[in-house]
Ligand binder design. Structure first.
Ligand SMILES: [Zn+2]
Length: 186
């Protein structure tokens, strides 16, 4: 498949190895949690193939560059492989729990959401439309567009698309303080 339409295309070969491992870890945890949510509730279409393909593609790109570097690790000239990293899994989970997606969507886009059963619905911020097809599941922290763009995901993919953030760790840095502040407001 071609991915030229996707806005998120960082140059992974320009990144340090520790940074690449971090990106792979964040995308990996995110994909795993989205897959788990989709598996837990197959009736709720909250994770489109478009988004799944996109994350698969990113992980493939990152892992290709990491594999190239792993292949030359045996050389005495190869830089030291980064170790002693702390996992970012907990941090990602805290952000997902700490940011109210309904509130966030309305704060950072012109989209206004209204309740539609267990979900919220409004005009999609990522494509032009007159009939609302953008759905947010507040409890799960997931969103999806059933209209033209067919995108979906969680707070991370949403923030990256709205603010054109290309690296996962930049999304984490951006969302961490928002998640912290949200906790005090209840
Ligand atoms: Zn859309």
């Amino acid at each position: 498949m071609h991915c030229t339409a996707h806005p998120l295309r960082p140059g992974y070969r320009d990144m340090g190895t520790a940074h690449l491992i971090e990106e792979a870890e964040c995308w990996g945890w995110d994909l795993a949690s989205l897959e788990a949510a989709a598996a837990a509730d197959p009736a709720s279409v909250n994770f489109f193939p478009e988004s799944r393909d996109f994350i698969h593609h990113k992980l493939t790109e990152i892992n290709t560059v990491l594999e190239e570097r792993r292949n030359v690790r045996g050389s005495v000239w190869a830089p030291k492989w980064p170790t002693n990293r702390t996992s970012r899994k907990i941090e990602l989970e805290l952000i997902k729990q700490g940011v109210d997606l309904v509130e966030f969507v309305q704060r950072v886009t012109p989209t206004r959401l209204r309740r539609a059963g267990r979900q919220w619905v409004g005009l999609c911020p990522f494509h032009q439309e007159r009939t609302p097809s953008f759905y947010v599941d507040q409890a799960k922290g997931l969103w999806h567009c059933k209209g033209a763009c067919q995108r979906g995901g969680d707070i991370f993919t949403f923030a990256m698309l709205v603010f054109n953030i290309t690296e996962f760790r930049d999304a984490v840095t951006f969302l961490s303080p928002i998640a912290g502040a949200g906790g005090h407001n209840g």
